[in-house]
Write a protein that binds this ligand. Structure first.
Ligand code: M6R
Length: 606
């Protein structure tokens, strides 16, 4: 959470580009924002509560002069989202500005010590201890550079920092520990940022910092140092191609809607990920004694479905686990013969990284599926697959979910073939079927969009929703529920349809909308029974089912007709109406689906 960016240019002002990059980081948090620049021996700071665009118009971020600057977009951890707690933070003399993503665990102890020494704190943040601590070392005779090194050596926790100072106005310092930080280099100048995407308008040449490293950047070069031993680290920039075209709304009102409609295109990329890496991963899975498949939020739903697909197609047992629960639930049995397949769109979710760190310490094999090249996940995995869904800006995961599923299907197919559970003919047939899915998704988007839009209007005033599905579509019910509640704030439940009578049915009364995900597969006849049970108690049945299924249609109050699809792959098209339903309900209610309250795209705090 929180996004940071810093720029030092040779010959022009940085503020416009800081704001441009910051906007690409807004997915990481958006409750407040701020910019610091240095101009003519003066440290200028503008910050407040609110969104970047609004603050830019109000405070004139882009007009701030200076060739060096840092900027921040915040997801509050310590201290309410307000002007005082917004970053950048400064020392008592206003000579050092710091932006920070992460949490300083030992800030209370440092703060008490600094207060005893006379430092005056303005905010409630953990971050503010950093400029004061640097100031304190300078008071004690350290050079500015050494003071920064001493100060960061004392910090415990997770931190990516951007630091500029009047003590050396031509130097920008970046520090990385657990939170991500990349360095960018171009003809015009040097950059630091929380992700590569935010640097894509400025440069393709990047260096990904590792934990425990700091970087000193000047317009004529850079030096990377390992903090623990103060030794220089030799790292050369990589050239990373990231298109900026997908970072634009392209005429859509919201990123979320654009990303939902992008699915037919990007699914084609995910289905065609390189077979070589799928094979490597399948080989490692096949060798493992036990397999865990972990993720958080939407990525956990992909993990759950992935586990079912691996079982069904490859006859492999993979235990799906919520990442934050992994160590307490299964830590004791993880060993050198275990594999952990981590699914994370961002590759930076701290719950996932912590689970992996633990598994690695037990010598388990770490595998990953991610949408973010050069993310921390990619660097700790033995094999990872880049799902190629292109950047996703909306906080609600949509195209990256279906992309994860596409990769998991392909992985299960390759593993099934390797293990002799699929013949070449069966594999070829499955390849033909999965290749049809982007076209099916396109048809679904075309046909159901107007229907779902109307339903959203009709049901937006409901007190709560219930989502039910069975088998492969139970994770889809969970995902429909998560989309609905995270962007509309309407309380929602999801259960396996068969489980609904073991408790949730007591919530059903006249008019409660119950959404059934009901493709024409082996679960259909049981689903019909569950629908009858709900209907008998007054529920409004909203069903997603095959367009020609007259029995289901008759039973339902509302029907979302789906094209015929190979039922093994039905979860991908069947989630589309649920994404649209959540999206339109949010817009009817006047919520911002791209930036739901209290959330951030990348959750980097425990
Ligand atoms: O980047 P990750 O896939 O690891 O993110 C995991 C969750 O934070 C994420 O899926 C979250 O639940 C989304 N807001 C869901 O729409």
């Amino acid at each position: 959470m929180c996004g940071i960016i810093g720029i030092l240019y040779k010959g022009r002002h940085v503020a416009k580009d800081l704001v441009r990059g910051l906007k690409l980081l807004e997915y990481r948090g958006y409750d407040s924002a701020g910019v610091a620049t240095i101009n003519r021996d003066e440290l200028l700071i503008e910050k407040d509560k609110g969104r970047i665009d609004v603050l830019n118009s109000k405070l004139g971020f882009e007009d701030m002069p200076g060739r060096i600057g840092v900027a921040h977009t915040r997801w509050a951890t310590h201290g309410a989202p307000d002007k005082i707690n917004a970053h950048p933070h400064t020392d008592c003399d206003g000579k050092i500005a710091v932006v920070h993503n992460g949490i300083i665990d030992n800030f209370n102890e440092i703060k008490d010590e600094l207060i005893r020494k006379g430092h005056i704190f303005k905010s409630l943040t953990d971050t503010e201890v950093i400029p004061h601590l640097i100031e304190e070392y300078i008071k004690n005779g350290y050079s500015y550079r050494d003071a920064v090194i001493e100060a960061v050596s004392r910090l415990e926790g997770a931190y990516a920092l951007g630091i500029i100072s009047l003590y050396d106005p031509n130097l920008m310092i970046g520090v990385k520990q657990l939170s991500p930080l990349v360095v960018g280099l171009s003809e015009d100048g040097v950059f630091i940022a929380s992700d590569i995407n935010s640097l894509s308008p400025f440069t393709k040449n990047v260096i990904v910092l590792d934990d425990g490293e700091m970087v000193f950047l000047r317009t004529d070069g850079y030096e990377i140092m390992r903090i623990s031993n103060r030794q220089r680290v030799d790292k050369k920039p990589l050239t990373i191609e990231i298109g900026t075209q997908f970072a634009d709304k392209e005429g859509y009102v919201h990123y979320m809607l654009k990303e939902i409609f992008e699915q037919p295109v990007v699914l084609n990329y995910s289905i065609r990920v390189q077979e070589h890496y799928l094979n490597l991963m399948a080989e490692l899975l096949d060798r493992s004694k036990e397999i865990f498949i972990i993720g958080a939020g939407t990525s956990y739903h992909a993990a759950l479905l992935g586990s079912m697909i691996l079982s069904r197609i490859a006859r492999l047992t993979a235990i799906p686990v919520i990442a934050s629960e992994f160590v307490s639930q299964y830590g004791d049995v993880v060993n050198v013969e275990s594999s952990v397949l981590a699914i994370s769109q961002s590759g930076e979710t701290i719950d996932v990284l912590k689970a992996i760190e633990f598994a690695k310490s037990r010598a388990a094999t770490i595998l990953g599926i991610t949408n973010t090249l050069a993310s921390t996940l990619t660097r700790v995995c033995r094999v990872y697959i880049h799902q190629q869904s292109l950047p996703e800006i909306g906080v609600a995961a949509t195209k990256t979910f279906t992309g994860q599923l596409a990769v998991l299907y392909r992985l299960a197919m390759v593993a099934g073939k390797r293990r002799g559970k699929l013949s070449q003919r069966e594999m070829d047939e499955m390849k033909v079927e999965i290749a049809k899915i982007p076209g099916v998704v396109e048809a679904v988007l075309r046909n159901v969009d107007p229907i779902v839009k109307k339903l959203a209007k009709k049901y937006s005033k409901t007190k709560y929703f219930i989502f039910l599905g069975r088998g492969l579509n139970y994770p889809i019910a969970l995902e429909g529920r998560l989309k609905m509640l995270e962007i509309t704030y309407i309380p929602s439940l999801a259960y396996p349809a068969g489980e609904s009578k073991h408790g949730p049915i007591s919530l059903v009364e006249e008019g409660v909308p119950v959404i059934f995900v009901a493709p024409p597969d082996e679960t259909r006849r049981f689903i019909i029974g569950n629908m009858e049970e709900m209907k008998a108690r007054g529920a409004k049945l909203i069903t997603i089912g095959y367009s020609d299924d007259s029995e289901l249609k008759e039973l339902s109050d509302e029907y979302i007709p789906m094209p015929m699809v190979n039922t093994l792959f039905s979860p991908i098209p069947y989630v589309i109406p649920l994404q649209l339903f959540a999206y339109y309900t949010a817009t009817v209610l006047g919520r911002d689906p791209d930036k739901p309250r209290n959330l951030a795209k990348s959750v980097t705090v425990l």
